[in-house]
Ligand binder design. Structure first.
Ligand code: PHE
Length: 343
């Protein structure tokens, strides 16, 4: 029996060595060590016919053989798993020395964003906070808070998108909606700008679009005056259109300022001589501004007897059109790649 065990061991180890895959290994394991009909199991059945010392010795040998076979099986299993993993890694290998693929299309900023980023940098350098405000706005912040009560005719000039089922919500018609939000949050003194999308229910044409960008600014303090406003706005206009640019202010009504003005710059194309761009006037209208109305300050929790301030609103879209010579406003929201790729 002992020689049979030795023989079984030799054969088994050779068989394990020859195995090439996990399924074959499993079958072999059952064939050798299976509880029912396994070769070793069958051999061990003969143990009970032995007696005394012979039984003890043969039993010991049997255990050793079993252990060796088990170890050989385990080692083979490990070897096969490692091979499998190696195969996967080989398939997925990354050659870090390979040169990268050429970048076919590099993204870039939209012309509105270029202007917005440029002006945000410029205002930051003058100590303005850059704030954000919601595009879906309450009727209160868009109108009532900036001195346009429910019955005010100015509401009619803003062709407002109202929200179905929410009578108190609007798509903001101007960035002036951020004025009172900022005052309520930060109080006086205040120096902030906020730019972003505005919406009006316009019939679109080359100069009208339902979605456009504005840049709002508010400065509030104890001795902030009209001259400060003029100085800041002139600096902005010269930053955008060049140091030779002249600015003029003409009276204009806005409910949230008093006095209110409309700001124009000398046409950069004809230097004020008159051309098609400025409709022969020599001037381009680029912003609205004025001293903040006391009602608006009050709404923002600021005492108009102590503080005063100025506010302005630039048509960012208009600035982008002027700066880049874009003739049709509708191109800006069109997603037209041929157009956008030029910037
Ligand atoms: N909100 C005004 C508009 O949309 C612009 C403006 C802002 C005017 C601030 C005065 C002060 O036309």
């Amino acid at each position: 029996m002992q020689s049979k065990l030795e023989q079984l061991k030799t054969e088994a180890l050779l068989a394990v060595k020859a195995i090439k895959d996990k399924i074959g290994l499993e079958e072999l394991e059952i064939k050798l060590l299976g509880r029912k009909g396994g070769e070793l199991t069958n051999l061990l059945k003969g143990l009970k016919d032995l007696s005394g010392e012979a039984r003890k010795q043969t039993g010991q040998l049997a255990n050793e053989v079993k252990k060796e076979i088990e170890e050989a099986l385990a080692a083979k299993k490990h070897e096969l798993s490692a091979k499998e993993m190696g195969g996967l890694l080989e398939k997925e290998s990354i050659d870090i020395t390979q040169p990268s693929l050429p970048i076919k299309a590099r993204g870039h900023f939209h012309p509105n964003t270029l202007i917005q980023n440029d002006l945000e940098d410029f205002f930051s350098s003058m100590g303005f906070m850059v704030l954000d405000g919601p595009e879906l706005e309450s009727d209160y912040y868009n109108f009532t808070a900036v001195n346009i009560p429910a019955t005010h005719p100015a509401r009619d000039s803003h062709d407002t998108f109202y929200i179905k089922g929410h009578p108190d919500w609007v798509m903001r018609t101007h960035t002036s909606s951020v004025q009172v939000r900022a005052m309520q949050k930060y109080g006086a003194p205040l120096r902030m700008i906020s730019s972003g999308k505005c919406f009006r229910n316009e019939a679109t044409d080359v100069r009208h679009e339902h979605t456009f960008y504005q840049l709002e600014g508010v400065v509030v303090g104890k001795d902030v005056n009209f001259a400060h406003m003029k100085g800041v706005l002139e600096a902005v206009c010269q930053h955008v259109f060049g140091p030779e640019t002249k600015m003029r202010l003409r009276p204009k009504f806005y409910p949230f300022v008093e006095p209110g003005v409309n700001g124009e710059v000398t046409c950069f194309l004809c230097q004020g001589k008159g051309c098609k761009l400025c409709k022969q006037t020599g001037w381009l209208e680029v912003f609205g501004a004025g001293m903040v109305h006391p009602n608006v300050l009050k709404e923002g929790g600021i005492d108009p007897k102590v503080n005063q301030g100025f506010a302005f609103g630039f048509g960012l879209t208009r600035l982008a059109m002027l700066k880049y010579g874009i003739e049709d406003i509708r191109l800006l929201e069109s997603g037209n790649m041929k157009f956008l790729e030029q910037f």
